[in-house]
Design a protein around this ligand. Structure first.
Ligand code: HEC
Ligand code: HEC
Length: 472
């Protein structure tokens, strides 16, 4: 059977159309004229490079041409790509076995990358992957105890932790949305809006540093943060602990999870409470425990340290939903269809995504500036720099996990993209422009990562990437 695309011009089937990067560039200019992310929905809805619906058909045709006499690939042509487009049967063969035998991904010099693999289950002790986190030994022990994890889960969904009882952790971290909330920016108690999007939580058990800017070094340190944040739960550890102690159910649950009171002496209670609070609030740490109503029950099993431990253990127990991507990784080659398989191949090669989205979570857990800092504009966010004040960190954000990514939108630290195709088109265009050179040079101008470059993907190839992202 003749290859349908072979009689067509090169811009047919799935060959790279020369206009792809031009379209991307104009899209880019348009979107960066907007100072506000609110403009993004409009721009992303405009679809300059929409793929023809025949793309998938073309793919299928290509696949049936397996092993036919395509002209030999030129020296630097990508694997399984001939003049007429992608040879899907060839790709299938290359990805049939274990990952060790797959085509080499396109990785820039000096990048340390890790092959994709199944996400380690919560039950595989010890939590080696949190080795960089302070207190990981205690965390590993807590995750292994169902009573602690269950308690953490109850707390996670309990609005009593917020001052006015309006929000729980789960208001912003909803299980069915990869533990984010569907909003561009998080909205906390009294509808106060934060400046970043609620992070999906699947990377949290594995990341050496937490938050988009890495300002927290451990889950236990992190989970108390939202309690205090006036734009989140607007409370404090002492207030939350007092409320839990007065509750009918919690003292018994804490007792079951952690045993009796840590110590009868009030000084221990005070130091446990302040240890958990000190990372975020100096005031909580200095509140004398005698002033808290809870001091009347110094032997309570409920304290701030245990509250933080239970929440941290629950978050550390979260794992992404299993998907067809997992089936594929476990050796079921037919788990992905042709379009998705091509998307996988592009992700690893021409699209350069593996430079950062590698390892079991599809994240290197590192910080990169991909050009979304909005430097000098109203929505400026300098990311990691705001935590370190190191100019090398200007505009860098932590690479998010892409597990279950299709459920996690709108995407990026500021929810800039309501649509994954728009996001992919921006990557294709090499993301935002650098700030124009200033005279004298501006030492604070963020510099985009050298790993972000225009990709020259055709609309059909962007569709394939999109199809692949939806399998993750
Ligand atoms: C008002 C919405 C809101 C509430 C309520 C909230 N969070 Fe978050 N959460 C966020 C936002 C926004 C971020 C990202 C902030 C940043 O990076 O600056 C975040 C980040 C996190 C992270 C970091 C994940 C990572 O991989 O870096 C964890 C863990 C987390 N939250 C757990 C919790 C827990 C536990 C609670 C309840 C005690 C909670 N959150 C309550 C909005 C919220
Ligand atoms: C230089 C490292 C790097 C490369 C290369 C890279 N990414 Fe990213 N990616 C990031 C970082 C960092 C973020 C978060 C940026 C932000 O929020 O400002 C991100 C965010 C994303 C998100 C949003 C996830 C979410 O939950 O918000 C998606 C989807 C994504 N990348 C897909 C891709 C794809 C597809 C490619 C290849 C075309 C790619 N990335 C290449 C570093 C990278």
């Amino acid at each position: 059977m003749p290859l349908r695309g072979s009689a067509r011009p090169r811009t047919g089937a799935l060959a790279v159309p020369l206009g792809a990067s031009r379209l991307g560039a104009s899209y880019l200019r348009a979107s960066f004229l907007c100072a506000s992310f609110l403009c993004a929905p409009l721009l992303c809805a405009a679809d300059p490079g929409a793929a023809p619906s025949s793309a998938v058909l073309a793919l299928a045709d290509t696949a049936t041409a397996a092993g036919q006499a395509d002209p030999p690939a030129v020296a630097d042509a990508p694997a399984c790509h001939a003049q007429a487009g992608w040879d899907l049967a060839c790709l299938r063969a290359r990805y049939a076995g274990p990952a060790a035998g797959w085509p080499a991904p396109t990785i820039d010099a000096g990048v340390h990358w890790i092959e994709w693999a199944a996400v380690p289950p919560a039950s595989s002790p010890p939590l080696q992957w949190t080795a960089a986190n302070a207190g990981q030994t205690q965390l590993a022990a807590d995750v292994a105890r169902p009573a602690v994890v269950t308690l953490g889960q109850m707390l996670f969904f309990d609005t009593r932790l917020s001052r006015k009882g309006q929000v729980s952790c789960a208001s912003c971290h909803q299980p069915q949305r990869a533990f984010t909330d569907g909003l561009p920016l998080a909205v906390g108690e009294d509808k106060l809006m934060g400046r970043r999007r609620s992070t999906p939580l699947y990377a949290a058990p594995f990341a050496p540093r937490l938050f988009w800017d890495g300002r927290a070094a451990s889950l236990k340190e992190q989970v108390i943060g939202p309690l205090h944040d006036p734009r989140e739960m607007n409370h404090d550890a002492v207030g939350a602990v007092t409320r839990l102690r007065e509750n009918d159910m919690y003292p018994a649950r804490f007792l079951e999870a952690f045993g009796g009171a840590p110590a009868a002496s009030s000084s221990t209670v005070a130091s446990a409470s302040s240890a958990a609070a000190s990372t975020v609030s100096a005031t909580a740490a200095t509140t004398p425990v005698a002033q808290a109503p809870a001091a009347s029950t110094p032997t309570s099993a409920v304290d701030a340290d245990r509250l933080a431990r239970a929440l941290a253990a629950y978050v550390a127990s979260l794992r992404p939903e299993k998907t067809r991507f997992d089936d594929f990784l476990s050796g079921r080659a037919d788990a992905l269809d042709d379009t998705e398989l091509l998307g996988l191949h592009l992700f690893r090669t021409q699209a350069r995504c593996m430079n950062c989205h590698n390892g079991p979570l599809l994240s290197d857990h590192q910080f990169h500036n991909i050009g979304l800092s909005f430097y000098g504009r109203r929505n400026q966010d300098l990311g990691r720099y705001e935590a370190t004040r190191d100019p090398a960190d200007l505009g860098k954000f932590r690479t998010p996990s892409l597990r279950n990514v299709a459920q996690a939108g709108p995407w990026m630290h500021n929810g800039l993209f309501p649509d994954l195709r728009g996001l992919l088109r921006m990557y294709n265009a090499g993301m935002g422009r650098e700030a124009p050179p200033a005279d004298p040079p501006d030492p604070y101008a963020p510099r985009k990562s050298e790993h972000i470059k225009p990709l020259d993907l055709s609309p059909a190839e962007i569709d394939a990437l999109l199809a692949f992202l939806k399998t993750l």
